[in-house]
Write a protein that binds this ligand. Sequence first.
Ligand code: MG
Length: 369
Amino acid sequence: MRIRAGYATDIGKVRDGNEDSFLAEHPLYAVADGMGGHLGGEVASHLALETLERLSEEGREDLSERIRRANDAVFERSVRDRNVSGMGTTLTAAVVAGDELHLAHVGDSRAYLLRAGDLRRLTEDHTLVARMVKAGEITQGEAEVHPHRNVLTRAVGTEPDVDVDESRVALLDGDRILLCTDGLTGMVPEQQLRAILESEPDPQQAAHRLVKAANRAGGVDNTTVVLLDVHGDDPSEDPARDARPGVPRALGSAARRYGLRAGMVVAIVAALLVALRVYADRQWYVGEHGGHVAVYQGIPATFGGFRFSHVSIDTDIDAAQAEALPLYADLASGITANNLQEAQAIVDQIRRDVRAGSQGQPAGISPSP
Ligand code: MG
């Protein structure tokens, strides 16, 4: 089986942090929804997936045992570090093994199978309301609007031990598997999920559309989606070539591990460039421009093709004459100043030293006033 994956994670419209994490490292796919305050939620979902990924790379144990080990890691950390005490996470993981999908699950994130137009839920929510529905105390409709619908009866990392639900699905050509956090299923009815999954053939586009639908419906929670499209149409497929299909390999593994999308990396770089620009606008230096000494605003550097300075004051002092003096030999690379006044003082000093130099006097005075 060949897998094409798509994924998306989004902070939503209300929360000010994203405590969801996901993994898309063929053959392992997972979503996790952390809880326990901002820091705790983020740490719990990252740590659980990090542990799961590491154990999977080592090829140790089966999927449920790896999740129990992830439980140990999160629980031990929450006991040791009181900044994150009480944290926990949901975890819904899938491993593609030949023609089979192995699922392991704790919490209220979900796995679905879209097959031949039918959307089937593969996991059971470990919530108080799901238990009440099962016991016949409330209806499914009442559960969906119940004030305690977010209360989990099971999570990874909140107790020393955890029960893991396990199941297996025999995969067929054309199957589409959806792993998602409750930010999606709490906002978008299953009928609409099915419609989006049915109408968008590209898994990456479909993942984006699902997140968009959750945000359009209010986006009250973080939403994370991992989609797997199963293609059984190429029996000659070389398993080595099959590694990490649909996952951009250029992304660093840390970026994938922490659920950073390429777009987020671009946004972070852009933010850094803006920050550098703002910082640069408050800096000054004396340099060379068009053969003359000049005062620049900015820093004497370029980064990724961006210049972080511009000429503020041009002078008529010959740059070559200034550079001939030992004190100003590296004028071309910029003599930095703390402010405009200091830059002007440096220019005045250069002017005096150049004059003195041309009159045959040694230059040895500090450029600072
Ligand atoms: Mg959530």
